[in-house]
Design a protein around this ligand. Structure first.
Ligand code: 1AG
Length: 137
């Protein structure tokens, strides 16, 4: 069993969000706002069912899915695209493929050194985010 992703996590680093957003076609005004945000992740798991919330002072984004079951995802408030998403375990990594207009798009979450790691990728751009556990929430 991989280490649990559950809990409330605060972003401590964010590398190449800009490149990822450009790949998604996000305009300069929203990019500038997004770059300043300190994101929070709230992850809940019951068996194969996950709810992952990303929150900020600007916008929030939530996905809910079962591991191994494709679902329709609408990236509301992000790039507002419809994708077909599938999340699976690859070793200790929770890996999502997002099939749609943008090629080679997805993300992966894992725990390393008690931190929550996330890579977000799209068309060759990779954003790397690290979160530390918030023990007060
Ligand atoms: C995410 O998905 C995406 C959440 O983590 C946001 C992360 C970076 C921004 C992504 C795309 C930029 C598009 C538009 C910018 C507008 C708002 C930016 C801030 C929004 C915060 C919610 C993976 C996740 C699993 O579902 O952890």
């Amino acid at each position: 069993m991989p280490a649990s992703l559950c809990g409330t996590w605060d972003m401590i680093s964010n590398v190449n969000l800009e490149g990822y957003m450009i790949a998604l076609g996000i305009g300069p005004y929203i990019r500038k706002i997004a770059m300043k945000l300190k994101l929070k992740k709230i992850i809940e798991q019951q068996g194969d069912h996950f709810i992952i919330k990303t929150t900020s002072t600007f916008r929030n984004y939530t996905i809910s899915f079962r591991v191994g079951q494709e679902f329709a995802e609408f990236t509301k408030g992000l790039d507002n695209r419809h994708v077909k998403s599938l999340v699976i375990w690859e070793g200790n990594k929770l890996v999502c493929e997002q099939i749609g207009e943008k090629k080679n798009r997805g993300w992966a979450h894992w725990i390393e050194d008690d931190k929550l790691h996330l890579v977000l990728y799209c068309e060759g751009e990779v954003c790397k985010q690290v979160f530390k556990k918030n023990v007060n929430e």
